[in-house]
Write a protein of this length. Structure first.
Length: 229
């Protein structure tokens, strides 16, 4: 009799445990759709507040122009400039003013356009010396690096949201300032010298005994010349 009672107690306990597990499982299954719905709604709200931009390029490409180039790039400057752009400054600047500090990073590339060489710009004298009159060095590229350029600080008046075009104006001014900074540092003179050194090494490797670079205003006497074919 006692054994029978123990067996019934064990079976009852097992039944209670199984029933409890079934109830918990049922509750979990019931709550899961609600949790999934809540997560889905949160994701949709985040997508509305912080949308991911979609970029769709037009499949049609139009090539406007193709040109052959013979540019010898001989030097590159990486320049950093601090640009201040402002508008509405004055007695009421604290109300309507707009001022930003722009950190500009840019690259300037200069060299010599060998495509401008004319037949009379290269000749060889009786001693086998080569004379070359190179075109003047010029700037090929002066551009702003948008990945590294940024607005460091901006202050607007109490009654204005700022000028929408002020940053654009600052970027345009920065390109000109970067170009001018390279010019002031002598980029063209160094580009010309680098071009002469590069061509000297190339022509000397071709067994030309001597290479002399002349300019229009060099004042050097013109030797007896044999134009190159």
């Amino acid at each position: 009799m006692r054994t029978l009672l123990i067996t019934l107690a064990v079976l009852a306990t097992a039944a209670i445990l199984v029933g409890t597990w079934l109830v918990v499982r049922t509750v979990q299954e019931s709550v899961r759709p609600v949790a999934d719905l809540s997560a889905g709604v949160s994701t949709q709200i985040a997508g509305i507040l912080h949308p991911t931009p979609t970029i769709v390029p037009d499949p049609v490409t139009i090539v406007r122009e193709v040109r052959s180039l013979a540019r010898l790039e001989t030097i590159q400057y990486t320049v950093e400039k601090v640009i201040t752009a402002e508008t509405g400054q004055g007695p009421l600047g604290f109300l309507f003013g707009d001022r930003l500090l722009f950190i500009a990073h840019g690259d300037v590339i200069a060299g010599v356009d060998l495509g401008q060489l004319k037949p009379g710009d290269v000749w060889v004298d009786a001693g086998g010396r080569a004379y070359i009159r190179l075109p003047e060095a010029e700037i090929f590229v002066a551009t702003l690096d948008n990945q590294k350029s940024y607005v460091y600080d901006r202050q607007t008046g109490l009654l204005t949201h700022g000028d929408m075009s002020l940053e654009t104006d600052a970027r345009q001014a920065a390109e000109g300032q970067i170009r001018q900074a390279a010019l002031d540092d002598g980029i063209l003179g160094q580009a010309q010298l680098n071009a002469e050194n590069t061509l000297y090494g190339l022509l000397h490797a071709l067994a030309i005994p001597d290479i002399i670079f002349v300019t229009e205003n060099s004042g050097a006497p013109v030797p007896a010349m044999t134009p190159t074919p």
